[in-house]
Structure formats: structure tokens, C-alpha cells
Design a protein around this ligand. Sequence first.
Ligand SMILES: [Zn+2]
Length: 172
Amino acid sequence: MTAASNASTKAATATTTTASTSDLLTDEYFMGLALAEARAAAAEDEIPIGAIVVAGNRVLGRGHNQTERLGDVTAHAEMLAISAAAQTLGSKYLRGCTLYVTVEPCPMCAGAIGWSQLDRIVVGAADDKRGYTSILRPGASPFHPRAAVVTGIREDECRSLMQDFFRAKRVK
Ligand SMILES: [Zn+2]
């Protein structure tokens, strides 16, 4: 995997695990890291969505929603994770990388995922209202033609974080 080997020389902001690429950690494991980001968002009173970008077993970028803190509607978890990964790799393209995100990306983030040429997108919970699939033409995809999409990884945990957050908001 070329992206991973390129990345190994620029590990400043990346977390390196000990497993080799022949011993890949599972999607469930990496979604757990995205969930940790989502919980960090909740702790900051941000909508609890987290994302990480991985190549091989290396985390190249992380992000959680920070639209309130930054006063920036584009500060979604995916956008921040993609920017961080590009900085780690020293490349605007994230070929050979997987994005894990706890909630289905919105159309803006789906566009960014497409531009970055990410190879795999792994989603926790669907978002029927704001997710990119809600505006998709049948048979169309915002992603790179080669990209694979996996959904429903640790779906219940990803969804309950969102439900708990909005339920608490309503009670306030
Ligand atoms: Zn988004």
C-alpha cells in the first residue's frame, strides 16, 4: 500500500500501531476510535460525530465535530480528519486510505471524501435526513469510482450517542 509506506516517514501527528498490514485490525476496532472522537465532541457539547482516516493499521488523521467551538459550519468530523490526514501524508489525495465515521456523511463531507479519493468509507449509523444518500440520484455516487462503502459498523453505539445527545438537549 503506497499511501501507508509514504506515510511512515511523516509520522509526526499519526498514531502508529505495531501490527503489520498482513495483520489488519478490524473495522469494529477503528470504528471504536471514531466513537472515542464522537464522545469527545459530546463532552464539548458538540454534535457527537467522530471520524478517523486510516491506512494499513495507522491512524493518519482524527476529527470530531467542532462547529460550535470554531463557529464554522464546515468543521465537521470528516472534514477535520481528512485535512489532518492530508497533512500527515503530505498529500492532498488519500488513496489507499479508509475513512471511519460514526454517522453517514452529509453531502458536503461526501464531496470532500470524493475529492480526496479515499478508497474505503466505513459508516456507523445512517442519517436519513442529512446524509448524502438522501439527495443521491439512483446509481450515482459522490465518491471515487474505486471507493467501497461499508455501513452499519457498531451502528447501535453510533446512533445512541446521537440520540442521547439530542434527548439531553430537549430536556435542557
Ligand atoms: Zn458533514
